[in-house]
Write a protein that binds this ligand. Sequence first.
Ligand SMILES: [Zn+2]
Length: 359
Amino acid sequence: MASDQPIPALYLDGRSNRKRSVELRLASGLEIIEPGAVVEVWPYGDIRRADGPPALLRLSCISALPLARLEIEDAAAQAVVVAACPSLDVGRSGPAQTRRIVVWSVAALGSILVLAIYGIPFAADRLAPILPLSVERRIGEGVDQQIRFMLGGKPCTGAEGQAAFTALVDQLKRAGGIDEPLEAHVVSSPVPNAFALPGGRIYLLEGLLQKAQTPDEVAGIIAHELGHVQHRDVMRKIIQTGGTSFLIGLLFGDVAGAGAVIFVSRSILDASYSRDAERNADAFAIEVMHKLGRSARPMGELLFRVTGAEANKSITILAGHPLTEDRLAAMKAADRPNSGPEILSPRQWLELRSICKAR
Ligand SMILES: [Zn+2]
């Protein structure tokens, strides 16, 4: 087959389960064409081989939605596409990775037995703290794009704003004694929320940033999210809500694969932490703010501004962070005069606030 001929293929766009008949054309990238229109272009370097039946070439693309797939049946067409994609097998199991997966399979099998005997809450509590960070990070990377898709926003890229945000997060990390690498981004979504992903990624949504009046308010919220990271609450929640199916996914080394991605993303965005987990994250945030010589009260004020009066439940968007009376009381009680330097200068604060406007 000549490389300039259109190649018939099946296409799953990653949003629905419908397989669409498309044609592929090798241009500056791999063009996916439906009658009359190029619907998507996959850069050759981003295309990876996905698991599938032996005779079928199934492809994914690291810059497309995680569940997007292309399937090519014709052997000659497969050869043409394979020749065009230089990184097809990058990141696939080498011997070391296989060994890790085997070790983890044994661990996961053990966990399933523990689950069967003692139940899910027990397994989640025992398993979450010992899960290696590399596994968590893999899960985080796997769900990252899906989460951004569900939020309908993009990470904001204003360079000065990002520098200010990094400075803020670094101070909190140091004060909280967290040495693991951590990525923190502002995402251009109007929803006033913030959350942690597995593997140490924190998202602050622009809606919350715009509602904040001082750097201390934002710092308190981020410190609270760092508390969830430190206590491994995210993984605990995923294991708790996912239960056996998630552990079976672990067993087959498929945590970042198909169904698990959507499931984990939903549980990160929808489910809420337990009251205990929230109180512990608050306690962590209060401690961190005090170490920096700052009050924890502004965090409570921001949460209160966002969640509003108890009566107005329908707009309680911070589903994951309901501000109960006792939590607000704890933050008010932790009020103390500021003895440390400002977390951000007025200029840095302005730059952070406009991080989504800068080009
Ligand atoms: Zn929380």
